[in-house]
Design a protein around this ligand. Structure first.
Ligand code: NAD
Ligand code: MG
Length: 384
């Protein structure tokens, strides 16, 4: 039986790994839709190769390229946020959520609301909207399969286990490119250095989040939502080899860990194949060639961004939305060389200090609050 799949963010790093797994398992999948923000050339090439029913280019400015390249096909071309939301509710067995940032929230909400299972890479959607998305998923009978490697590891550790028996889950962090530096030494590092991740190859935004360790803070919030855990049940430690991706400690002191090569194809293939497993080509794990597996604590004074996010687990959702919004702005400015690496933390912390808390009961209130928090973050910039 084939699985019908939509890939939101098909032209990114997770999108590329997803499509390479599908290429290797061509008879197991049919593609309903593929999307890209602005990479019309690549989206067109993927559309020709995978023959989806729909493609969506959310940034309409490059539409002419796509229309011209797909003129001889019957693939339907859509644009904008409306295009994404339309595609997200089309019948599919699985939607791969691989858009980066809050931009993924609306289509993820739409897909869950339509009752479609999600393979989730877009952690920001859950960081900002977990309090809405998780109950909705339960109500609609939707399964959320984690693609993020640490969460996929925990999911795999829990296969056949009971959450009642769990004391703590641990997510591992590579430590990023600045593990041997103090926060002062990191303050003015240029984007070219922050973009060189030691173990993972990923999109620019998550690579910077890994260098600040905000990524691990977001992942702690993501784990809380995905697995229904409170703050004390989640922790993160540095493991520079990125081979053990997560582990679970049970009340009888048993620890079950997940190990895999440092390749996103492993967790993605697990989510795509679930409940079966797919054969994939990737580097193999040879434990006899690994001299040691190291584990150390995350130091607060070295990576303050981690705790900034971690401490928000279980708190008013306004904080996490604001942190995510400020961080998107700060990372984009840093990549554009308008602020320093160290300013990312300052912008994030100040935004959280300045926001006014409110109730966020529904979809529109979350979107409005994200815009409000972005405005607060922008208002801080002149005082940096
Ligand atoms: P990427 O930057 O490589 O790709 C992002 C994709 O989203 C692209 O297809 C892009 O066209 C699309 N996109 C970007 N902005 C958009 C917008 N405003 N509207 C619509 N589409 C937009 O990112 P990535 O590294 O593939 O990461 C995607 C998501 O997966 C992120 O949330 C990231 O945190 C998560 N994730 C990534 C990895 C990884 O190894 N890359 C690992 C774990 C989790
Ligand atoms: Mg991760």
């Amino acid at each position: 039986m084939t699985k019908a799949i939509t890939i939101l963010g098909a032209t990114g790093s997770v999108g590329a790994s997803t499509l390479s797994i599908i290429r290797e398992n061509r008879n197991s999948f049919e593609i309903v839709g593929l999307t890209s923000h602005s990479n019309a050339e690549l989206l067109a090439a993927l559309a020709v190769e995978f023959a989806p029913k729909y493609v969506v280019l959310s940034d309409v400015r490059h539409i002419a390229v796509l229309e011209q390249k797909l003129a001889a096909t019957d693939i339907q071309i859509l644009t904008g946020e409306e295009g994404l939301e339309f595609l997200a509710i089309q019948k599919a067995d699985l939607v791969v959520a691989a858009i980066t940032g809050f931009a993924g929230f609306k289509p993820v909400f739409a897909a869950i609301n339509a009752g479609t299972d999600i393979a989730l890479a877009n952690k920001e959607a859950l960081v900002a909207g977990g309090h809405l998305l998780m109950p909705l998923a339960t109500q609609k009978g939707v399964t959320l399969l984690p693609i993020d490697s640490e969460h996929n590891a925990i999911f795999q550790c829990m296969m056949g286990q009971k959450w009642d028996h769990v004391e703590q889950v641990t997510l591992t962090a590579s430590g990023g490119p600045f593990l041997s530096m103090t926060s002062q030494e990191m303050y003015h590092v240029p984007p070219s250095r922050a973009l060189k991740h030691p173990t993972w190859s990923m999109g620019a935004k998550i690579t910077i989040d890994s260098a600040t360790m905000m990524n691990k803070g977001f992942e702690s919030l993501e784990a809380a939502w995905l697995f229904g855990l409170d703050k004390k049940q989640i922790c993160a430690i540095i493991h520079p080899q990125s081979i053990m991706h997560g582990f679970v400690k049970f009340k009888d002191e048993s620890v079950i860990a997940h190990l895999a090569p440092t390749d996103m194809k492993v967790p993605i293939s697990h989510a795509l194949g679930w409940p079966e497993r797919l054969k994939i080509t990737c580097e193999k794990l040879n434990l006899t060639q690994i001299s040691n597996l190291e584990f150390t604590e995350i130091k607060e004074d070295q990576f303050p961004s981690y705790n900034l996010a971690y401490q928000l687990i279980g708190d008013n959702p306004c904080y996490a939305i604001a942190l995510n919004a400020a961080n998107e702005i700060a990372v984009a400015l840093y990549l554009d060389k308008q602020v320093s690496f160290g300013d990312i933390y300052k912008i994030n912390a100040k935004t959280i200090d300045l926001i006014k808390l409110t109730e966020l009961p529904d979809y529109h209130s979350i979107i409005d609050y994200n815009n409000y928090a972005r405005n607060i973050a922008h208002s801080i910039l002149p005082s940096l």
